[in-house]
Design a protein. Structure first.
Length: 111
């Protein structure tokens, strides 16, 4: 399980399909999430629950559901494992596109 406003949802859905666990994967998104992001997530065979007026509310609902069902919750950003995994994207781009002159990536400072 996870919560996302779209991009993380699609990544988790892709991984769930790759590992053959799409049918066991539920992703909570806030109401009003762009339809294209929901459609792209659903295309991987996962369940999507539109709930909560904000991302934080959807994430709170997902936390409760994960805890009550005994399922794992994949933190979308506030976890060192997630940060480390997302941090490799620059290396992966460089490996796939060694001719690139520059790679830009947003960074958030961590105290």
């Amino acid at each position: 399980m996870t919560a996302s406003a779209g991009n993380h949802a699609q990544g988790v859905a892709y991984a769930a399909r790759a590992f053959g666990i799409s049918a066991k994967t539920t992703i909570f998104v806030p109401r009003g999430t762009p339809a294209v992001k929901i459609e792209n997530t659903l295309a991987h065979g996962v369940s999507v629950e539109e709930t909560g007026a904000t991302f934080d509310h959807a994430r709170d609902i997902a936390y409760v559901e994960a805890a009550s069902s005994g399922r794992d919750f994949i933190e979308p950003f506030d976890d060192w494992h997630t940060i480390a995994g997302q941090g490799t994207i620059g290396v992966e781009i460089h490996q796939d596109l060694p001719e690139a002159d520059a790679i830009s990536s947003p960074l958030v400072g961590v105290a």
